[in-house]
Design a protein around this ligand. Structure first.
Ligand code: UD2
Length: 318
């Protein structure tokens, strides 16, 4: 039994990792400052983990959190491209300074490996598809820059201190427990909930924007593989975490219409500043070096996600 620290444990991805680790019988410590994470995400597992309310910007708290830990899964962040465009300093603090704190604490505690939630936004708007890890990053938004900077810190800590690090460039992860309620929420969470409630969703742009939407189970599996893969295969490296397929926003709206029973139309609004037009991953490196496989495709993932939100909408006892 190994000891894992999940940062951002009350977030959508963090809380999914916590559950998967508990299912495998691992020992889990979680930290969150509830800036974007929610206590409800941990409700039924809270008494099975060592949870601490802490901020990754608090280095002392990070030193305490890393003590005795084998693996750190670093998910804590302020995710959102538009939020970072509005407040680049806050994005930089959480997404860069916070990461450096986690790395320092992990190094000092002699943690075996740190796996980092990097982002596909690092690729930026390069015309080449699919995006592969050897491409030169070309980030657009402050969020993308911060995520890329943290990725480089991961590599640096491996090179300078021998701390094993693996960065997983997440491509639009979605699924149960993703918060649908904020204007900055991921598009699939937002649309699912809006359409189930009969509210009209808004597509920014003409709807031809495409994403390699990746169901949460694939990201969870990539994290677990990144912990156990031999260091020679993955330490100090970056891998795409995706499905290798993409859907446009228009296609996604149509699929959600079927699944939610929404009868209305969609509204179109101007594109969001900082957005990338197309995103699609080459997943060959993760397959080769981590043994990664796509466990759940987009269609099945979307079905499971809508089912989950339907249950959330249902009145208690219904
Ligand atoms: C970026 C990253 C993703 C992750 C995420 C964290 C890319 C390609 N992906 O996701 O991997 O790091 O940031 O936040 O950079 N949209 C609408 N209507 C809405 C909401 C969104 O049309 O109500 C559009 C939005 O303008 C964008 C697309 O949907 O074109 C996806 O937006 P998102 O916020 O779900 O995720 P994105 O791509 O910024």
């Amino acid at each position: 039994m190994a000891k894992y620290l999940v940062t951002g444990a009350a977030g959508f991805i963090g809380s999914s990792l916590v559950r998967a680790l508990l299912e495998r019988g691992e020992q889990v410590r979680g930290i969150d400052n509830f800036s974007t994470g929610r206590r409800e995400n941990l409700t039924e597992v809270l008494n099975r983990i060592d949870f601490r309310e802490a901020d990754i910007l608090d280095l002392d708290a990070m030193h305490q959190a890393c003590a005795g830990v084998d693996y750190v899964l670093h998910e804590a962040a302020i995710p959102s491209v538009p939020k970072s465009v509005l407040d680049p300093l806050a994005s930089n603090r959480a997404n860069v300074d916070g990461t450096v704190n986690v790395l320092i604490a992990a190094r000092d505690a002699k943690v075996q490996r740190v796996v980092y939630a990097a982002s596909s936004s690092a690729y930026g708007d390069t015309p080449t598809l699919p995006k592969h890890e050897a491409m030169i990053p070309n980030p657009i938004s402050p969020y993308a820059v911060a995520k890329l900077a943290s990725e480089l810190y991961m590599v640096s800590f491996y090179r300078c201190y021998g701390l094993e690090t693996v960065s997983l460039r997440y491509f639009n992860i979605f699924g149960p427990r993703q918060d649908p309620s904020s204007p900055y929420s991921g598009v699939l969470a937002k649309f699912s909930m809006q359409m189930l409630r009969g509210e009209q969703p808004t597509i920014f742009g003409d709807g031809t924007t495409s994403r390699d939407f990746t169901y949460i189970d694939n990201a969870v599996s990539a994290n677990l593989l990144a912990c156990t893969a031999p260091a020679a295969e993955c330490a100090g490296r970056v891998f795409n975490c995706a499905t290798g397929a993409r859907s446009t926003l228009n296609q996604t709206f149509d699929a959600l219409k079927q699944l939610t029973g929404y009868q209305g139309s969609v509204k179109y609004a101007p594109e969001r500043g900082g957005d990338i037009k197309h995103s699609l991953a080459d997943i060959a490196q993760a397959q080769k070096h981590l043994g990664y496989k796509v466990l759940v495709n987009f269609e099945d993932g979307l079905r499971r996600t809508v089912e989950w939100y339907k249950n959330q909408c249902r009145p208690v006892g219904a």
